[in-house]
Design a protein around this ligand. Structure first.
Ligand code: MG
Length: 252
């Protein structure tokens, strides 16, 4: 299975493709035709977020056990909110914790990267519009989420959407083990077979009201076990078939 990485280069990045254990420069477009180029031998290198989405559409309360821990009823249809593109950071980039905002939580999530412009897509065709799957940490200022009616501020701080380390192309999102770790301790453990609304239904639901363009992201919600982060912590989202997204936390 292909894994697409974006290698940091100056202010931007260049795509690389992992195939059979080797890392190669990617030739072509990740949203069109691409193939492997030269083998990359000059490691180590720094990876950035694999895409810069025009928008992140996030799903809330999509695991029964998480809805229970938040003392909220199960939603009858997907609960959606968005995170701004300015919240995106890459692997190992620091999450900046605003101490004035109160409690700030990690939320380990499986995220879907859109590969083709999608509007009014039926669930049965949804995976034709998905490029692949990545890890996302839906970092949340929990006290502000409870205080504000809307989620925009609580979910929208700069650095509150770590993404990566890669896009696993063609990975079936229906049965993926997902874990959340803080400072080497496992805090979250579930599987996407526990999602209330699965990925194809989410693509149908979201594209019924807005167009998704290549690089946009749907993040599917977090399982139970969310908890606070503080400066000095290191948080990791781990998903089978993708890898680990690890970020340090610093004071904003
Ligand atoms: Mg979330």
């Amino acid at each position: 299975m292909d894994k697409i990485y974006r290698v940091k280069m100056g202010m931007g990045g260049r795509y690389a493709l992992e195939q059979d254990g080797g890392l190669y420069w990617l030739e072509g477009s990740i949203f069109g035709d691409y193939h492997t180029g030269m083998l990359i031998e000059d490691t180590p290198m720094k990876f950035t977020a694999p895409v810069l989405p025009s928008k992140i559409i996030a799903i809330g309360l999509n695991y029964k056990d998480h809805a229970a821990e938040m003392n909220k009823p199960l939603p009858a249809e997907p609960l959606v909110f968005s995170k701004p593109s300015t919240s995106v950071i890459g692997p190992d980039d620091p999450i900046r914790i605003p101490l004035w905002a109160g409690r700030v939580d990690y939320e380990s999530e499986v995220a879907v990267v859109i590969g083709k412009r999608a509007y009014n897509v039926k669930a049965v065709r949804a995976m034709d519009y998905v490029l692949g799957i990545t890890c996302l940490n839906d970092v949340t200022a929990r006290d502000l989420q409870h205080k504000d009616v809307q989620y925009t501020r609580a979910k929208g701080f700069d650095t509150f959407a770590p993404m990566g380390p890669c896009i696993a192309v063609g990975l079936d999102p229906s049965n993926l083990a997902i874990e959340g770790w803080v400072n080497g301790e496992k805090r979250q453990s579930s599987n996407t077979d526990q999602l209330i609304f699965a990925v194809p239904e989410l693509v149908e639901f979201v594209t019924r009201f807005c167009t998704l363009v290549p690089g946009d992201v749907i993040t599917t919600g977090t399982p139970s076990g969310v908890g606070p982060l503080k400066p000095g912590d290191r948080v990791m989202v781990k998903i089978a078939g993708i890898g680990a997204l690890s970020n340090p936390c610093v004071e904003a």
